[in-house]
Design a protein around this ligand. Structure first.
Ligand code: SAH
Ligand code: SF4
Ligand code: F3S
Length: 446
């Protein structure tokens, strides 16, 4: 009899990528193999995201795809996990009679039991938040974690911020910090699998430590993780500008393997909008944080997130966002049109920005961003960097791709045998999204 195989389709942020790995690892304990395609699966889980309306809509189309498999005679159970599962809960079971289980993010630690119940024929719903005390962070490491370019390790779940546009606190619950020992143990397990690059993840990682004995600071955790032997590159994401502090600047000053790149979402460059978003910092404070980071690590490269068209945003206020991109020297960013999320306070704010205006602002911001990215990649021309090889280049045979320590993607002729190794590469030409280069040696930093 063929064994059971599970396929997980993942949408959303690194928290979902991580949860997917944990579900594979936990289900493997019960003999579930990993299916390479949905066609060979006996269980399909759709790990969903509800951060913006567009993301949420993907659930519907994806369920449609998998319905087709059943029509063609495939015996498969289908489950919905992640943030849309948490948000919609029972409504998913009512709306889609062919869905077998609906499990929110806090169901991940119990996925084995929930799947077993579905296998026994029950339609399973689990959207309860777990108690915060003794939160069961899953220690099992995804056996295929080293296939990703970086090993994700959660340091915290949930979010205690109350940004007025954001669905995350209601779908991921309150913040819980994971103990430093557990974090370090998981980092060591991934490094033992061959990973040289680790990313500490959470929605507000730099708020880590609250509620743990002794009230430790995130900077201390960075120092402990940075000391793990064999770890070449350490990243952390996402940080909140209001919770950056001297402990973190010190880690940037002290740790050579803490990468000189930080993703620090600012959302808007205007103080009135930041206040309406309940971001708890001003434009000036953000710039001070960036200056302190650069003082600690002069080669730091800054990335950010922006929301345009937030209710009430005027043309002049939006212009301040464009100006901030230049003033803070942000060279990479993700930007989004504001999207109303159910149950969040922002939709009740007056003066909604018409969608076509929001669209124009998004185009303006992304145009400026592309110019800045191009200028940055060009500024790397002629310089040599250690590049950690991630895989084949997208378009060219015989060309591989990897990243510099500060996150620039470089394509250069090479072989896939170099996967997960460091090459010394001279950048020869910068483009908007990446650069081209040539290998000039190998770089083993250890
Ligand atoms: N915890 C992180 C971000 C989480 S969500 C932080 O505080 O920055 C990732 C990004 O999605 C956010 O930075 C924001 O730019 C965007 N985003 C979140 N909610 C949104 C909404 N309702 N509409 C548009 N963009 C949104
Ligand atoms: Fe959402 Fe704000 Fe929390 Fe980030 S910090 S997850 S934007 S509520
Ligand atoms: Fe999406 Fe949930 Fe992450 S809403 S962005 S998958 S925390």
């Amino acid at each position: 009899m063929p064994s059971d195989k599970v396929y997980v389709r993942t949408f959303g942020c690194q928290m979902n990528v991580y949860d997917t790995g944990k579900m594979y690892a936990l289900l493997a304990r019960d003999g579930w193999e990993r299916a390479e395609t949905p066609e060979e699966a006996t269980l399909i889980l759709i790990n969903t995201c509800s951060i913006r309306e567009k993301a949420e809509n993907k659930l519907h189309s994806t369920l449609g795809e998998y319905r087709g498999l059943r029509k063609r005679g495939q015996q498969v159970r289908v489950g919905v996990t992640g943030c849309v599962a948490q948000q919609e809960g029972e409504a998913i079971l009512r709306r889609y009679p062919d869905v077998d289980l609906v499990v929110g993010p806090d169901g991940v630690p119990h996925i084995r039991e929930l799947v077993a119940r579905a296998q026994a024929g029950e339609r399973v719903l689990d959207t309860d938040f777990l108690a915060l005390a003794g939160y069961p962070f899953v220690p099992d490491v995804d056996p295929q974690a080293s296939k990703l370019h970086t090993g994700f390790v959660t340091v915290q779940k949930g979010c205690d911020h109350k940004c007025t546009y954001c669905i995350v606190p209601s779908v991921r619950g309150a913040e819980v910090s994971r103990s430093a020992d557990e974090v370090v143990a998981e980092v060591e397990a991934l490094v033992a699998q061959g990973l040289k690059d680790i990313t500490l993840i959470g929605q507000n990682v730099n708020g880590w430590g609250k509620g743990l004995p002794g009230d430790p600071r995130f900077g201390e955790l960075l120092l402990r993780v940075g000391a793990v032997s064999g770890l070449d590159r350490l990243h952390y994401t996402t940080s909140h500008p209001s919770e950056m502090g001297p402990d973190i600047y010190q880690a940037h000053r002290q740790l050579p393997n803490l990468v000189p790149h930080l993703h620090l979402p600012v959302q808007s460059g205007n103080n009135r909008i930041l206040k309406r978003m309940h971001r708890l910092y001003t434009r000036e404070h953000y710039l001070d944080v960036v200056a302190a980071l650069r003082e600690a690590r002069p080669d730091l490269v800054l990335g950010s997130d922006f929301i345009v068209g937030f209710p009430g945003e005027t043309a002049a206020e939006f212009q301040q966002t464009l100006d901030l991109l230049v003033e803070a020297d942000i060279v990479m960013s993700y930007s989004f049109k504001y999207s109303e999320r159910p149950g969040t306070p922002a939709p009740r704010l007056p003066d909604a920005v018409p969608p076509e205006v929001a669209g124009q602002r998004l185009t303006a911001l992304q145009t400026l961003q592309r110019e800045r990215s191009l200028a940055w990649h060009r500024s790397l021309e002629g310089r040599v960097f250690p590049v950690l090889v991630e895989g084949p280049a997208r378009h060219d045979e015989g060309v591989i791709a990897g990243r510099t320590p500060h996150g620039a993607m470089v394509n250069f002729p090479g072989s896939l045998e170099q996967l997960n190794q460091l090459a010394l590469v001279r950048v020869t030409k910068g483009f908007t999204h990446s650069a081209r280069g040539e290998q000039v040696g190998s770089a083993d930093l250890r």
